[in-house]
Design a protein around this ligand. Sequence first.
Ligand code: AMP
Length: 575
Amino acid sequence: MLFSEVAESFAAIEATASRLEMSSQVAALLKKCKKDEIRPLIYIIEGNVAPSHEGLDIGIGEKFAIRAISQTSGHSEKAVLSEYKKSGDLGSAAENLLSKKSQMSLASSPNTLSRAYSSFVKIAQMSGTGSQESKISILSELLNGATPLEAKYLIRFCLGKLRLGVGDPSIIDALSMMKHEGKADSQIILRAFNLCSDLGEVAEHYIAGKDLSHFSTQPFKPIRPALAERLPNAEEITKKLGKCAVEAKYDGLRMQVHLSSGKVEIYSRKLEKMTHMFPEITSAASKLKAKSAIFEGEALAYNASEKKYYSFQQTIQRKRKYGIAGMARDFPLRLFVFDLMYLNGKDLTLSPYSSRRKTLEKVFANTEPLVPSELIYTDDPKKLDNYFTNLLGAGLEGIIAKDLSQPYVAGARKFAWIKLKKSYGALADTVDVVIIGYYLGKGQRQEFEFGGLLAAVLNEETGEFESIAKIGSGFSEDEMQSFEKMLDEIKVKEKPKGVNSKLTPDFWVKPAYVITVAADEITLSPMHTCGMVGDTGYALRFPRMMSLRDDKGSEEITTTKEIIEMFEMQKRRKE
Ligand code: AMP
């Protein structure tokens, strides 16, 4: 397939606000693919050259993309820069400048999808001195054979800014639509995806008509993490689960550790490789008495001599590219292992929690700094509540109660795990929101140009981001400065597609950054569109920013449905 066909289809996708229509556009494009074009197309739509756990990022710097555009369009770099400033999008600048070019380069043949993809892979694999020059020349070659529209998407992709607005759920629907009118196979495709986190691989198998039930866990294919539901209090938890395991909820870094024949990889919550950051965990995992294993836990920085945990802020300092050995010495981690999904060649995801836990305790006996998470078993709400209070007293976040009979529910929020957290006002939990816009500062804050954020949650039914709060507090001056810089890079002229908001901020931004917000309660408000019925939506009262969540993508934020549930729960907490 020609890459120009892909570009045309991307333009059509960008022009539609309907998620269903988007999926059917993707389905139509996938139908045109030859077998070996399916994976490349899926990865490109996802905005990268490979699933994120493979750690192969395209990322060309803007400066170099400008040089490539200049070389192919015949315009000076200064002219490219001034065109870029007009729209704030280098892709559109390339499109405009290439359309002014009188003639396509006769020597170059049109790009195919396969050629574009293999160029992307080459660019991603290059590193070291001189690699930027080679990257520029590969990109220039692609631009030489490109139509102006193609150039727009080639540039956006190479900058890591494709952001078509087509998330994995829409791609899964698209796959299902290829064979059925509705979404008949979505659940089967989703299950396979949850177990291997590689939608390209799943799509290739599915379109080839292979049975997806053969998908099972395997080392170095990260499993999409299980998520916890919420209930307002101990009574409701014990009523729902009966006798259950009540585990301490640690606030640190979630890690999924894979081990096979001495090799270890560690994946983040977002399933990005972070092995090299945590040498003490890697070393401990490689010493386990197991040929292969996949396990999950929460890591905290721990002061062994004082028997004290460092704060979350200190723990997250461990997520860094440089100075790793020094940090590992000063802030060593302890990993509280809370699940075991694979052991010695056997998939355990379908075994009940009680049996997984039994095996976990055998595997992690005397394996410091890998230790089983702390827990009690009870069906008594009073005991649960006492345990919860004690843990809060010890500085922990709360508890996660686990259904003894449930499998590991990959990639889903189910009542197999139920969290109960330290309360913020009447609200039972913090809320993860995506930033959709920002305001300029007034008065004292003027010098930072940053005055607050407009934030949204995700309505999973419509695929839209619905506004829920204007956040003006909780930021340090450093944070304000870095927000201003970060957001300035992704600001857009108009309200982005897929954003539903009655408020208009000073600047709209692409919904990319996720933050955790605490609030006093959820209220009804005419200002916000979250879960809107008539004129009234849900809003956060006294919202304040807690932390930037670069471990979460915009599809993983709190949903409108969860907000409505939390609103109902809040009434029960108040009673
Ligand atoms: P939340 O991020 O508030 O939805 O809570 C779920 C998170 O709690 C998980 O993603 C884990 O990172 C973390 N966590 C901490 N302790 C545990 C535990 N014992 N079991 C499961 N998850 C835990």
